[in-house]
Design a protein. Structure first.
Length: 357
């Protein structure tokens, strides 16, 4: 799995990102509110019995759609964040758009979300920084059908509005999938053509990039043990769902992809994703299958000798990547706030308290 030059223990940095869409399939107001409430009630129950090597509970990052903003939804997610269960970042669906339209939607999202204490601040400049997931995978107009975006210079807009990294990929089996896989890299915009993030420059120890958008990918490979029709290997893309819960075999497969900063072999990044507002997936995310996922991570990949496990948010994942790029060594836990610090809700508003029943 790893070459002989690796130092031990191997640090497994586990990041769980959520394309969190309470308005999925245009439900009634009661149903969409119930989808958010389910996380408020169930997620603490699931995670309170689990812990990584740093004493932290599993962390969840809710990428909430800017175009579907509801004050009440973000208030409830903000409560979970204030209680230490994760953080909120930006998700966006749009189609046949313009550069001005994208910029306005993102800026509106920043204004709305910061009311709830979302996003972080860059340490020195104090600038708001956010993580991003593109709706329907179509980052930088990458859908081959010409839908779900429309803007070729989206990477430039993301950088100019404060995006620190994109967490959309992998997208397979969608045509939005990039040629570059199982990587952490910088993408550079070409406004004359779509999908300019198809390739890029790997993040590497000692080679600091002054431009480009960081792309933090999750695992993408084939699963030969779960074959379609008993013959064709299935695509393993790191999605956790009701049909594809996080099993031990899948976890091992993710680790084998060895996603890391080039030159930093002892820090391995596992970014998986879900659609957490879909009821059909809740056993994998809020039930017994979720328990089993965390139990396996904590049993096999947190023995203190061969492996140490770190549950991180998207922002913390980025900070640890940047620490590796800068040549930092030691426990990744020291670098959770390396460049971008978490915003405290108390700094900008009075937090309403939601008591989990």
């Amino acid at each position: 799995m790893f070459n002989k030059k690796n130092k031990f223990p191997i640090h497994i940095i586990f990041c769980f990102v959520d394309h969190f869409e309470p308005k999925w399939e245009k439900p009634s107001k009661d149903i969409e509110n119930a989808r958010v409430e389910a996380w408020l009630q169930k997620y603490p129950v699931i995670t309170n019995s689990h812990m990584d090597s740093d004493g932290k509970r599993p962390q969840h990052t809710w990428f909430y759609p800017a175009e579907e903003y509801e004050y009440e939804h973000l208030e409830k997610l903000a409560w979970l964040c204030q209680m230490g269960y994760g953080e909120i970042e930006l998700h966006l669906h749009h189609d046949n758009d313009t550069p001005e339209g994208v910029r306005n939607k993102i800026n509106d999202g920043i204004i709305n979300y910061t009311k709830h204490g979302a996003f972080g601040f860059e340490n020195e400049a104090g600038k708001i920084r956010y993580g991003f997931i593109h709706g329907n995978w179509a980052l930088n107009n990458s859908d081959a059908r010409g839908i779900n975006c429309g803007v070729n210079d989206e990477i430039t807009i993301l950088l100019e509005t404060g995006c620190y990294a994109d967490f959309t990929l992998p997208a397979a089996p969608s045509s939005c999938q990039t040629r570059k896989i199982n990587s952490i890299y910088y993408a550079f915009d070409n406004p004359l053509k779509p999908k300019s993030h198809n390739t890029g420059v790997d993040v590497e120890v000692g080679r600091k990039q002054s431009s480009g958008l960081m792309i933090i990918q999750g695992p993408l490979t084939l699963d030969w043990k779960r074959r379609k029709y008993g013959i064709i290997p299935r695509i393993e893309n790191g999605e956790i769902s009701g049909r594809n819960p996080g099993t031990p075999e899948r976890v091992d497969n993710w680790v084998r992809q060895n996603i890391r900063v080039v030159g930093k072999e002892d820090w391995v990044f596992l970014k998986v994703h879900c659609h957490g507002a879909q009821e059909r997936d809740w056993d994998a995310l809020l039930g017994n299958n979720c328990h089993r996922l965390f139990e396996y991570l904590e049993t096999k990949y947190n023995d203190g000798k061969s492996y140490k496990l770190h549950y991180v948010t998207a922002r913390e994942c980025y900070n640890i990547v940047k620490a590796a790029e800068a040549g930092e060594i030691g426990n990744p836990n020291m670098f959770r706030d390396y460049l971008i610090k978490r915003q405290s809700c108390e700094d900008i508003r009075t937090v309403k308290t939601f008591e989990a029943k």
